[in-house]
Structures are given as C-alpha cells and as structure tokens.
Design a protein around this ligand. Structure first.
Ligand code: ZN
Length: 132
C-alpha cells in the first residue's frame, strides 16, 4: 500500500489527485485494479470530470447546499457542529476502484480522481493499494 498526503485549503474542496495516484502505483504491470481509499470520516473520494476545473467547484457548492449547516445538528466537535461534514462525506464514498490496463489507470478521457474535503483546511491521507 502506498500513502499520499495532501493539504487542503478550504472547508469544502475537491482536489484532483489523479497524477498522485498514478505516481503511487508501484509495479502495476500484473495488477488488475487500484483501490483508492480515504481513511477519514469527513472526507471522501470520487471520480468525475477533471478537464474543466469548474466542475470541482460546482460539486463543492452543490454538496454545501444539499446538506445545510444550520439544520440543528446534535454532533458537536471542538465547539463546532461538524455533522454536515460527516454527512457530505457519506454522500461521496471512502473509496473508488479503478481498473488498470497496460500498467496504467484505465480512466475515461474526461475522468479524474478527486479527493473530497468537507472539513478543511487539514492535512489528509489517501491510501492506494494494487489488486492482483
Ligand atoms: Zn465530527
């Protein structure tokens, strides 16, 4: 397993990590897929269009509107309601599985892998495991 570390700089932010995931693949020739896993409860990962960076910004805005900050949450952390961060993360996923073909990630033309921050800014980790 390889570990990627990244630093987010906004509360809600999608970060394109496609290049870091590709670089984290060690001897991918015999592998069938890469498992990309986020070990956090207020962050996730998704695959979507990365040709236009506006798509990532639109996702951040949409996630903040779909789960409201002022809904009277019960879960309080360090004096702050961060329940919406947990729920936004759950609307994404803690993992994506990407097939590997010819030693490379078999992503579609417009697809990129995004780390989804919902409680930043923070230092975060992503695990990349090759499946044979
Ligand atoms: Zn919490």
């Amino acid at each position: 397993m390889q570990e990627i570390t990244l630093r987010t700089d906004r509360r809600t932010q999608l970060v394109d990590i496609t290049r870091q995931v590709a670089e984290a693949l060690e001897s991918p020739d015999g592998a069938s897929a890469a498992l990309v896993f986020v070990p956090h409860t207020t962050a996730g990962v998704t695959i979507n269009e990365h040709a236009d960076p506006a798509v990532a910004r639109d996702f951040a805005k949409a996630m903040e509107k779909m789960v409201g900050d002022g809904w009277g949450w019960e879960h309080i952390e360090e004096g702050e309601e961060n329940a919406p961060s947990h729920i936004r993360a759950a609307l994404m996923s803690p993992q994506v599985l990407v097939p590997i073909s010819g030693g490379k990630l078999a992503l579609g033309t417009w697809q990129g892998i995004f780390f989804c921050e919902f409680d930043g800014p923070r230092e975060r980790k992503v695990y990349v495991s090759l499946l044979t």
